[in-house]
Design a protein around this ligand. Sequence first.
Ligand code: SF4
Length: 159
Amino acid sequence: MGLETQVQNPFIVTRMDEVINWGRKYSMWPLPFGTACCAIEFMGVVSGRFDISRFGAELVRFSPRQADLLLVMGTVCQKQAPVLKQIYDQMPNPKWVLSMGACASSGGFYDNYSVVQGIDELIPVDVYVAGCPPRPENVLGAVMKIMEKIDRERVAEWR
Ligand code: SF4
């Protein structure tokens, strides 16, 4: 549509980047891929006390085609690996991935053959959140990091 045309003009592209990124960062649609205890902590993140809706990301989706923020929360077994990969592939661009907790980020204390030793072996990760489980504040901090990243993105580079 018009984006290719606007790429020709750097001034317009800069303005468009700002407007589109502003809209994107305040309207992320999260998809929770929860497999273990970290997913329970996510309930705190979306509930009233911590209130992720302050960042415009309260509209939790359970269809990858309607989501742009994938939150992986918990241990990912080798048998689940193709499922996670397929879900990521089904999400439209642009999309971001938040790895919540030690298990998702590194396998945690499940250092064995049946557990994926970090989801970055399967899909690209934008932000890792340390902890077992991480506090809701840490997750919100990671969401803010992704918002900062969106701010720096160029619309022309989405593809
Ligand atoms: S990091 Fe800790 S809290 Fe999170 S899924 Fe692993 S064991 Fe559970």
